[in-house]
Design a protein around this ligand. Sequence first.
Ligand SMILES: Cc1cc2nc3c(=O)[nH]c(=O)nc-3n(C[C@H](O)[C@H](O)[C@H](O)COP(=O)(O)OP(=O)(O)OC[C@H]3O[C@@H](n4cnc5c(N)ncnc54)[C@H](O)[C@@H]3O)c2cc1C
Ligand SMILES: *[C@@H]1O[C@H](CO)[C@@H](O)[C@H](O)[C@H]1NC(C)=O
Ligand SMILES: *[C@@H]1O[C@H](CO)[C@@H](O)[C@H](O)[C@H]1NC(C)=O
Ligand SMILES: *[C@@H]1O[C@H](CO)[C@@H](O)[C@H](O)[C@H]1NC(C)=O
Ligand SMILES: *[C@@H]1O[C@H](CO)[C@@H](O)[C@H](O)[C@H]1NC(C)=O
Ligand SMILES: *[C@@H]1O[C@H](CO)[C@@H](O)[C@H](O)[C@H]1NC(C)=O
Length: 808
Amino acid sequence: MARRCSRATSQQSPVRRPTAAAILMCFCLLPSAAQAGLYTASDQITLLTRDNVESVLVNSTAAAVVEFYASWCGHCISFSPVYKSLARDISEWRPAVSLAAVDCAAEENRKICVDYKIRGFPSIKFFRAFSKEDSYGTNYLGFPRDISGLRHAIIDSLETHGEPWPPSCPPLEPISPAEVDVFFGTNPVQYLALIFEESRSYVGREVILDLLQFENITVRRVLSSEVSLVTKLGVTEFPSCYLYYPDGQFSRLQVSREARSFYTYALMRLPGVLRSGKAGLISSVVITNSSAEPWRSFNRTRVYMADLESTLHYALRVELAAHSLIKGEALTSLKNYIAVLAKYFPGRSVVMNLLKSLNSWLQNQTADHISYEAFREMLDNTAQVPDAALPEGERWVGCQGSQPHFRRYPCGVWTLFHVLTVQADSAGASNPHEVLSVMRSYVKNFFGCRDCADHFETMAREGLRTVSSPPSAMLWLWSAHNRVNSRIAGALSEDPHFPKIQWPPPEMCSSCHAASSDGEHRWNTNRVLSFLSSHFSSSRILNDYLEDESQVLEKQRQKHEQQLKLVLQRKAREASNSVTLPPSSSSSPSSPLEEDEEEKEEEEPDDGVAYEEDEVGEEAAAVREMEEKSAKPKPKVEGGADHQQRHKKPSFVGLRMREPQEDIVDLDSFVNKHFGAKVLQFASSSLVKQRTLQRKVEQEPRPVFGLSLELDAGVGMVGLQPIDQDLHAGFGGQTKRLQKRELAGRYFEEGPGPGPGGRWISVLSVGFSKLDVSLCVVLYFLSTACLLGMYLFFRNRLKRRRIKLALP
Ligand SMILES: Cc1cc2nc3c(=O)[nH]c(=O)nc-3n(C[C@H](O)[C@H](O)[C@H](O)COP(=O)(O)OP(=O)(O)OC[C@H]3O[C@@H](n4cnc5c(N)ncnc54)[C@H](O)[C@@H]3O)c2cc1C
Ligand SMILES: *[C@@H]1O[C@H](CO)[C@@H](O)[C@H](O)[C@H]1NC(C)=O
Ligand SMILES: *[C@@H]1O[C@H](CO)[C@@H](O)[C@H](O)[C@H]1NC(C)=O
Ligand SMILES: *[C@@H]1O[C@H](CO)[C@@H](O)[C@H](O)[C@H]1NC(C)=O
Ligand SMILES: *[C@@H]1O[C@H](CO)[C@@H](O)[C@H](O)[C@H]1NC(C)=O
Ligand SMILES: *[C@@H]1O[C@H](CO)[C@@H](O)[C@H](O)[C@H]1NC(C)=O
């Protein structure tokens, strides 16, 4: 055992630095390599590489439009915003035609560009669906540099596509009167939308493609020259849109502008129209009392305080709880987050009192770290600040999902930050970045959905520079949110009852939408700004479903009383125990909070080991601080100073200096309590056990190594599950799982810093508690000393013999 352990320990010091450095280097290099080109994974553009070029361009079921560019070419750089906008503009068309790009300046892509005979940059080529391997695509010579021109070019290519037609692409040609007559006989849909237009107009075909992912509706175009249909429906305006129903009835679609985006918005939001693939989901959805929570009916056009408070509860009591020690950048981030909340959160007075006291406590912390437990005590107001409380538990209202894994917390995060940017603006904030930088850093350091955090960071890096005033901060967040909506529309995480749309839709703010003379959709940003100001203003936030303030305070008071009672009981028990035990062996006083921690850490064995050794000192200091605190209101049973002394420095150096027997017992209880028990069974059965058994009459049962290893493995696997599920882990049973996942996730996903290095090492040395390690060190030195002694002994004897031989 000694040898194994000494290997483990020796790996920790010399190897850690290079490993950490290597990991750090990887983290720094990877993103820069991926971002060398003009587009990122957030742009809804497929980035072609040698590995995926075949699957995208050859034999694909969708046609593809590919931009071949060089990242150094000026024209490519100035064209890239247009191409990105195009990708967003036609993101609904993806099943029929996808947008891709390849950076020919990258060494590894050279062969692709040579193979496709690219000579100048940028070049755009159209590849039909089911292209052969030897296809070079069709070059768009002198392609238009505006979105609508490009969109029309793509439609032209699709219309002349020929067989085999891309299966997801609906028919683009005009419908004939005969087809309309028999339409509902062969198509089991609820609506036939007819767009009447001139033959030159692209509106009809654009809307057809916009709706291709939606079920229960078919869109077709009718030319103005189709006299019989035009007269039958009495059409006088081109373009205009009519809805035809299975019973032969028809009606005109009411929109504020006769333009593509207005049709699209209106048709997508017709009752019964659903994104494909969501139909199965929706039939099984029961918005009733099937889940544990009752459904709270609400007005979709309003903001609810219950969502904001639930978001705070989840962020501060669940999400943060995954970080047992908060330090460095994360600590700064937390401080700023609470400061901004204390300043701008438009909460009820009890919540504001709590946020303010939390803020002044946090700003007062000068150490470079705090333990989550200390933070949690302030959050739960154990200091008994009058009239201050953050209600416990989640009560989603406007952020309810039709199923427990939809919406909720991420919805609350968006809502909270929109509210905060609006509050900062109306409070006349001077620094336009105040709220956004806090959001950015909170998301980066704590937000459980790591993919989301990465995407958000990319957006922030690109766009936050442009924010120059509090109103522009509101607008930036609004447009960033819309970019996310566009990117994840139709994703698995989308609640079919709350489809991702470009927000606000015309029925919420029709004047926000405008169209240029050529029918292109434009946001009227002035109107959007005033809409945001009023939609998220504190005076319009609804207080429905909130628990009464007095009730919240009463609950908090009861909780404290109960905790105090538990502590006193425990104290009494310990006092009676200590009569039968030598005083030095009794465990230190601990509050119910600590009990929680014990429980949690046993379930998360990696937590304790995950820190580097020098952090152990810090953690212990934090823990000691906490213990002192929780011990304060209680009568002191044993010598407090003695107790503090023993906990002062559980570092290895300190251990060896101290008296062995004392140390082992002390360390033992320390390990048991704060690092989860990860003691090898055979370790405890040998020397440790003998010694501790002499001293401890009863000993808490210890989980054995096998168990913690299993948990570790499980956690690792869960951590690799799709992130979507992370997002929506509900409260209660799922909370612990979420924390575990996040912890595991951090193994793989946390950015540069000392963290990952230490954690990787901890994977290697999994299962070795600090006790083992210290024992090993002792044993190692003992055996070394023994060997040395033997060596000296035999050498002396040999020498003496030689001398004897030399002196006959
Ligand atoms: C920072 C961040 C990044 C995320 N990144 C991803 C990701 O990369 N992938 C992923 O799958 N999920 C991501 N999510 C989650 C996703 O954006 C949604 O929050 C989640 O799917 C729940 O959606 P929802 O329907 O409740 O509406 P949400 O998008 O959460 O919006 C909440 C409410 O805000 C309002 N709203 C909608 N759009 C806007 C707007 N543009 N401006 C102002 N208000 C608006 C609406 O009333 C809406 O109901 C992210 C969340 C956050 C907070
Ligand atoms: C393309 O698809 C067809 C049918 O789907 C298949 O027979 C053919 O082998 C595929 N070709 C390539 C190169 O994948
Ligand atoms: C179409 O809508 C009707 C009425 O809302 C609904 O009953 C039907 O299930 C829908 N069909 C599909 C395929 O979603
Ligand atoms: C759901 O349960 C609540 C109470 O638990 C009840 O008041 C409400 O009527 C129930 N709603 C439905 C639709 O059953
Ligand atoms: C929702 O709120 C809006 C704006 O206050 C209001 O006009 C509308 O009538 C409300 N809808 C319902 C169903 O209460
Ligand atoms: C901040 O710390 C100082 C010194 O430790 C203390 O006197 C003061 O009361 C603290 N303030 C708050 C708000 O905790």
